[in-house]
Design a protein around this ligand. Sequence first.
Ligand code: GRF
Length: 232
Amino acid sequence: MDRAPFRIAVLASGTGSNLQAIIDAIAGGHLPAQLAGVFSDRPAAPALERARVAGVPAVAVRPRDFANRLEFDEHLFSRVDSVHPDLIVCAGYMRLVSELAVTARPGRMINIHPSLLPAFKGLHTHRQALDAGVAEHGASVHFVSPELDGGPVIAQARVLVLPGDDEATLAARVLRREHPLLLATLQLLAHRRLLLDGNRVLLDGQPLAHPLQLTDDNATLQPPDPINPPAY
Ligand code: GRF
């Protein structure tokens, strides 16, 4: 019996290039999923326009219409729940999700963050990486936990920091890897091969000792080299 399509809801606050990558992958038949809705805390977010153009329900919920963060989250997630997503993807979503919203949806919410977590949580990650003088930087997809950028990491994509890099050049190089990283991770989730088990990520029932790594050709996710796993 065919399973019902894997339904994805996306939360986005800004440009929506990660959302566009999902839209394009689904339209191209490369991702066995359907976009159930796109939700933003910013009515003017270009991500909402991308959803509308793609014929996907686009919903803006303004924080200032609510007395506090909890009431905002409660309303936002009631709207998200109304489209019955199997997975909620925070892709360029710039608000902290309340503990209540996270704990009510264990293993059903992921975030893509532009750093090699646990390094450089929070904002301005490329500036943080340049200031720290690291040789490698990148992006991480993780299950959302109540701690900002703190949930179990599923997969990472790495880039070199090059001489002469500034925030813009580094951000662009990372963003080019974010899109295939997110799509490869969504493939595994849509095929129901990835699960959150407490604080561990299970791939085909086996706990991941380290985050999966996106290959240099952006094609697949592989377990890291067991001999010399990534520092983080
Ligand atoms: C990306 O670096 C994403 O990781 C971060 O916001 C940036 C813009 O994402 N959260 P998008 O273009 O809005 O998807």
